[in-house]
Design a binder for this molecule. Structure first.
Ligand code: GRF
Length: 194
């Protein structure tokens, strides 16, 4: 079984979708740790009923990204983490983590990348009045939402749809696409020898 850490900064609905899939046997791995940079994030409450340990850190108390990522790395090693799943983690991953987990860090983004990278992708798509947007799961590299794409799913936007309606539709898709993609990556990792 592959040991997974989820990184999140906010509400954590994707975190919960991944944990549910894991508990239902739809992900061949163990979610061993939640990492958050926000001690007030609702995701921490979501982790409690599942008894998932939380490593919460305050980036402001560190001198650099390298310093807090080294601390995270220690935690990941303590829990034997093999795969990192970003779920609304609002920071770029730096070289410290990237070099240890190359090809083993996934992110989910609420647009059809490379369209609408960065913050408020749903708002960007809505403002641009595109007819189709969607969800992308990709490997993480040094850039912002730039790594190799693994899966995508489209969502149609009608001109009468509010941003909130589009957001709801996107999140519903995220909650099925992310667990399925994680499982797909785990199977690939296993075939290539772990
Ligand atoms: C999701 O829309 C995800 O695509 C983006 O951040 C959001 C996190 O939502 N990266 P939640 O905290 O999982 O509800």
């Amino acid at each position: 079984m592959i040991n997974i850490a989820v990184f999140a900064s906010g509400s954590g609905s994707n975190f919960e979708a991944v944990v549910r899939a894991e508990r239902n046997g739809n992900i061949d791995g163990n979610v061993k740790l939640l990492v958050t940079d926000n001690a007030n994030a609702f995701v921490i409450e979501r982790a409690a009923p599942y008894n998932i340990p939380v490593y919460s850190f305050n980036p402001k108390l560190f001198d650099s990204k390298e310093a807090f990522e080294r601390k995270i790395l220690n935690k990941l090693e303590e829990y034997g983490i093999e795969l990192i799943v970003l779920a609304g983690y609002m920071r770029l991953i730096g070289p410290t983590l990237l070099s240890h987990y190359e090809g083993r860090i996934l992110n989910i983004h609420p647009s059809l990348l490379p369209a609408f990278p960065g913050l408020d992708a749903v708002g960007q798509a809505h403002d641009a009045k595109v007819k189709v947007t969607g969800v992308t799961v990709h490997f993480v590299d040094h850039g912002m939402d730039t790594g190799p794409i693994i899966t995508q799913e489209a969502v149609k936007i009608d001109e009468r749809d509010s941003k909130e309606e589009v957001q709801r539709r996107i999140q519903r898709i995220e909650h099925s696409l992310y667990p399925a993609t994680i499982q797909f990556v785990i199977e690939k990792l296993k075939r290539s020898g772990g």
